[in-house]
Design a protein around this ligand. Structure first.
Ligand code: EPZ
Length: 422
């Protein structure tokens, strides 16, 4: 397995273009199954999760054309098989989202249940309840969800018990081809959901209220194709901003949407960063200073994103003062804490592992570390950038799932980092 070797102690400085959003691209690839014409997706990041999704569409017999700029064209009507196998769904949970579009467009689908992952059990009960409310017949058989409907799905009034990004996306996609109106209440509001809706509307869907907690979908007979450019990845952008803040650097990010990062920018200003923004760029300058410790609580958008929690803990390990970080979205998303403590951090977990209390220390010491979650892994890279000496981050295939060429991007910003084939 590849490793990243980091010689810490240098600050992150320079300019960087941010890639397209992974969590938008994977869902839009699933949405392409709804179209009767080709869907062309641009600004797609070159990531393992994307290739996994393309592999899944391929094994369903769907023709996928990729050009040299990673624009992807999907011809859903070439579909031959209506099954998404466990060996693919288990490696990339978002592939579960092909279920609703296949069911809505073709009346049937067999998709493996995604199972749990390192950060929690991650059930899909809200997805399945929503599809049943739309008239789907759902049978669970040997770890597979077998769904079918006679004729079209029927619009319904659906209430989510929890704010779920995937659940909101899944039901919104299925409702686009249902007969009649679907009202969805207590929806998630993440920017990636808005981006998905923009793509569906370009394909001919009739959707209102996306980005609020009530979405209304008026079903249509069929959807066509479109060309859609994926929004910038706010989590990648946030990760690099935090890395610069943690190392006292100065960074300018291009091709970003500052409005998607409002609460993070507020927290980094609290940490002492000077931040200026344009329509598609963000500049952060620490003037060589150490960050001040910052408290945060993760929650659904527009609150602080759970996907940037680990990175902020890395920054807090050497910040001035103490901070409290509370994770309310996932049950087990502090695995990086133990690894950072091995590097000399002073972090205690409380409240049944829901809250981390971080006391800033002078510096961290490099060590061999690893994590089992994409964002925890990248937070260890930030810890390695901060630490004195050498840090070896193992199992970096997690990082390759969500960050395009992370070592090249960090090298261009002055980091001493290299990939070693394992
Ligand atoms: C999406 O996952 C993202 N993934 C995650 O990013 C992100 O952390 C998460 O949203 C929260 O923002 C993609 O978009 C591909 P949820 P998702 O459904 O949709 C519970 C990353 O690092 N829940 O919003 O799976 C669930 O257990 C990844 O890029 C149910 O109880 O997250 C969790 O506690 C990690 N029943 C909470 O809701 C359900 O049916 C939020 O999960 C569905 C979810």
């Amino acid at each position: 397995m590849d490793k990243l070797i980091i010689s810490g102690g240098s600050s992150i400085n320079g300019e960087l273009r941010i890639s397209g959003a992974k969590n938008s691209a994977v869902t839009i690839l699933a949405a392409s199954l709804l179209g009767n014409e080709p869907v062309r997706i641009c600004n797609v990041p070159h990531l393992r999760d994307i290739t996994t999704m393309i592999e899944l569409l391929g094994c369903m017999g769907i023709e996928v054309v990729i050009d040299e700029k990673m624009s992807i064209e999907i011809h859903a009507n070439t579909i031959k098989k209506f099954t998404a196998p466990y060996d693919l769904v288990k490696t990339m949970r978002a592939s579960f989202l092909v279920l609703g579009p296949m069911l809505a467009h073709y009346g049937k689908a067999e998709v493996s249940l995604p199972g749990g992952c390192a950060i929690g059990p991650r059930p899909v009960d809200q997805h399945l309840r929503g599809l049943e409310a739309l008239g789907a017949e759902i049978v669970m058989d040997e770890g597979y969800v077998k769904a079918s409907v006679d004729g079209r799905l029927k619009g319904a009034h659906i209430f989510f018990d929890v704010k779920t990004v995937g659940g909101t996306e899944h039901i919104m996609m299925a409702a686009t081809l249902a007969e009649g109106q679907t009202i969805m209440e207590n929806c998630a509001r993440e920017p990636e959901i808005v981006d998905l809706a923009d793509c569906l509307i370009a394909m001919g869907a009739d959707i209102h209220g996306v980005g609020t907690d009530t979405i209304v979908v008026n079903g249509v007979e069929e959807l066509g194709g479109c060309t859609h450019k994926v929004i910038p990845d706010r989590v990648e952008a946030g990760t690099f901003l935090i890395a610069a803040a943690a190392t006292g650097g100065c960074i300018k990010l291009k091709d970003v949407m500052p409005e998607h990062l409002e609460i993070l920018l507020l927290k980094l200003k609290e940490a002492g960063a000077d931040i200026t923004c344009g329509t598609d760029w963000i500049e952060l300058d620490m003037h060589g200073m150490k960050p001040r410790a910052v408290d945060l609580v993760t929650a659904p958008y527009p609150a602080f994103p759970t996907d940037l929690q680990a990175q902020m803990i890395a920054m807090n390990t050497i910040a001035q003062g103490s901070a409290t970080v509370t994770e309310t979205v996932f049950e087990n998303r502090f695995m990086h804490v133990h690894e950072m403590n091995r590097m000399g951090a002073n972090i205690k977990l409380e409240g049944n592992n829901t809250t981390a209390i971080i006391k800033g220390v002078e510096t961290l010491k490099g060590a061999p570390v690893m994590a089992n979650d994409l964002r925890a892994s990248v937070s260890l890279v930030i810890a390695g950038l901060i630490a004195s000496g050498e840090t070896e981050v193992d199992r970096i295939y997690h990082i390759d799932r969500g960050y395009e060429q992370i070592e090249e991007k960090l090298q261009s910003l002055g980091a001493k980092i290299r990939r070693v084939a394992g």
